[in-house]
Design a protein around this ligand. Structure first.
Ligand code: PHE
Length: 344
């Protein structure tokens, strides 16, 4: 029996020396020292030995067990180290590889235009006044000299709400009276503000017009403000926004809240004034409505029109963005097509 033990130990150690991975190690474990292993088996068979032989064999078997367990532990450590080294190598980060850029969001082209507008008008002394999208009929129409049933209301098909006299503003001019009343000190202070915001019109969507769009209103009120101030201010603005050589055209027009009124065109950049699809072959594109603030409106805002005068304009940032970037369709702005938005 003792010889058998020695032979078992020798064989087990030899085989362990050839073990190179965890599966082989596990197999070795169950073959020799596991619950059903050969050594355990031999210990179980001790009963067949004589009283005197038993303790001798028991001690020898335990010695073998100790030797094998120690050898197992050593091999196990070796294999663990190899596994760790292998994992580290396989998972190693190659710091020389180029990084994967994270896609970042961008600003909407209209936001960019609005920010540029704030910059330019800010430099020219205009403060930003945020008026509201949901307006009263009074602010949007009546106080701007557009009484009920005035035909000018037809020019601006309105989104009505279920609350009587509460509508979505059809133009940023709706904020004119609010700005005058809030900042004008009861008609005692000059005013220079721009009012940006969304406007809403219930009308046919085309390449040139959407049911919602931005406008930016501008108002200047003071003493001795004339039409020439309006023209000079807008011309200076266009030079800064479009180009130092931008050409402007002022066309007489009609708005109930300004008198006289003009529409402002800029030479079409797409065709350089030659005439193209976007400018309807006229060579000019309208960017703003404007005029000298009507005395009735000044009075509604708290100013005495005998003492004060002012000009107002309303420009369309989307129109201007179209022009600046040669975009041929206004519907791209709110279609949320990333291919369009990512270009800016
Ligand atoms: N509110 C006008 C429009 O939406 C534009 C405008 C603003 C005209 C201010 C004159 C003065 O068409």
């Amino acid at each position: 029996m003792l010889d058998q033990l020695q032979a078992l130990q020798a064989q087990a150690l030899a085989e362990l020396g050839a073990v190179t991975n965890r599966a082989e190690l596990d197999a070795w474990d169950s073959q020799y020292i596991g619950k059903k292993g050969q050594l355990t088996q031999m210990l179980r068979n001790m009963g067949s030995l004589s009283k005197e032989e038993r303790p001798i064999f028991g001690k020898a078997a335990n010695d073998v067990k100790t030797v094998l367990e120690a050898a197992y532990a050593e091999r196990e450590k070796l294999i663990s180290d190899q596994e760790l080294a292998h994992d580290l190598e396989a998972g190693a980060v190659d710091i020389t590889l180029p990084g994967r850029p994270k896609p970042t969001g961008g600003l909407h082209p209209s936001t960019r235009t609005l920010r540029r507008l704030f910059e330019i008008w800010g430099d020219m002394g205009f403060q930003v006044y945020q008026s509201r999208d949901i307006e009263t009929d009074d602010m949007n129409f009546t106080l701007l000299n557009i009484p009920p049933h005035h035909p000018a209301r037809d020019m601006q098909d309105t989104f009505y709400t279920t609350t009587p006299n509460v509508i979505l503003r059809t133009h940023t001019s709706a904020g004119q009276i609010r700005a005058m009343r809030e900042l004008g000190g009861n008609g005692t202070k000059p005013l220079r503000v721009v009012l940006p915001g969304m406007c809403y019109r219930f009308e046919q969507i085309t390449v040139r017009s959407e049911v919602q769009f931005h406008q930016m209103e501008g108002i200047a009120i003071g003493k001795n403000i004339h039409m020439s101030d309006l023209k000079g201010t807008i011309t200076e603005f266009a030079r800064r926004f479009f180009s130092p050589t931008a050409k402007l055209r002022f066309r007489s027009s009609y708005f109930p809240f300004t008198e006289p009124s003009m529409e402002i065109d800029v030479e079409c950049f797409l065709c350089g004034g030659e005439g193209c699809r976007v400018c309807k072959h006229s060579g000019w594109l309208e960017i703003a409505g404007s005029g000298m603030i009507h005395p009735v409106v000044l009075r509604n805002g708290g100013y005495d029109p005998n003492e004060w005068s002012g000009f107002a304009f309303g420009m369309g940032p989307e129109r201007m963005t179209l022009l600046k970037h040669g975009i041929s369709d206004i519907r791209y702005f709110w279609a949320n097509d990333q291919r369009f938005l990512e270009q800016f």
